[in-house]
Design a protein around this ligand. Structure first.
Ligand SMILES: [Cu+2]
Length: 242
């Protein structure tokens, strides 16, 4: 038994290296359209790096259970009892606790401070969620139901409200998400980095991210990022027309 930890160790190391190589070289994350997105993406990346050796250990033990610890048919009895090992248990607790505390602080607190620590904004846009649609209210009072238009290179504060049940305001391309809670106004910040629309990237949309009823999956609204000047013209026209 003791000797088989050598192949398990080799498998663990190999799987870890392989997985970390995959994390480093392949990105499964969608394109970033906001300044805040990199904070979330780098947190995701860090968690993948930290998770790789853990998953590798599980896979290594599983692989060796199939190959090395296979019951060759000689016995049909319970295996040897394994009793606790104080050193392993203590070490495991200390290491995992330290890791957990580390990720709570960074990227947890540090990332949150970077995304929403600075309460200033160039524009405020209010989003009203209700089963099963979003309506947009701009700072001049103009409202829209067909799309959300936001200025590029400007920090926008999104005030989010709900008229009925819990919803969640989420723009995947911006990597921002905040619950829409009846009776409360919740806030999120995002600074769009370039112009574009849902035709360029399907993630450039508001998507409800809190199961709110049968129409939940369709509770989406296209997002269009335009220049600041275009944005101001748009909301002026919207007000004049509406
Ligand atoms: Cu929903």
């Amino acid at each position: 038994m003791r000797k088989s930890w050598i192949p398990v160790g080799i498998l663990w190391l190999s799987y870890s290296v392989l997985m970390m190589f995959a994390v480093a070289n392949f990105s499964w994350l969608p394109a970033e359209w906001s300044e805040e997105a990199h904070v979330v993406d780098s947190a995701m990346l860090l968690l993948q790096y930290l998770g790789a050796p853990v998953m590798a250990l599980v896979l290594a033990v599983m692989t060796w259970s199939v190959i090395g610890w296979r019951d060759k048919g000689a016995t049909r009895q319970d295996g040897e009892n394994i009793h606790g090992h104080r050193g392993i248990v203590t070490g495991w607790l200390i290491i995992t606790s330290l890791l957990a505390i580390y990720v709570v602080i960074n990227p947890g607190f540090v990332g949150l401070a970077e995304i929403r620590g600075e309460p200033s904004s160039d524009h405020v846009i209010t989003l009203h969620g209700q089963q099963f649609a979003w309506s947009v209210e701009y700072e001049n009072g103009a409202t829209a139901l067909d799309e959300l238009v936001v200025p590029a290179d400007a920090r926008v504060r999104y005030d989010v409200m709900s008229a009925d049940v819990l919803h969640s305001f989420w723009i995947p391309a911006f990597r921002i998400k905040i619950d829409a809670v009846p009776g409360l106004t919740t806030q999120a910040y995002a600074t769009a980095t370039r112009e574009g629309s849902m035709n360029d990237d399907v993630n450039l949309r508001i998507q409800c991210a809190e199961l709110c009823g049968p129409g939940h999956a369709r509770m989406a609204l296209p997002v269009r990022v335009v220049s600041e000047q275009e944005f101001l013209t748009y909301i002026d026209n919207l007000k004049a027309g509406g």
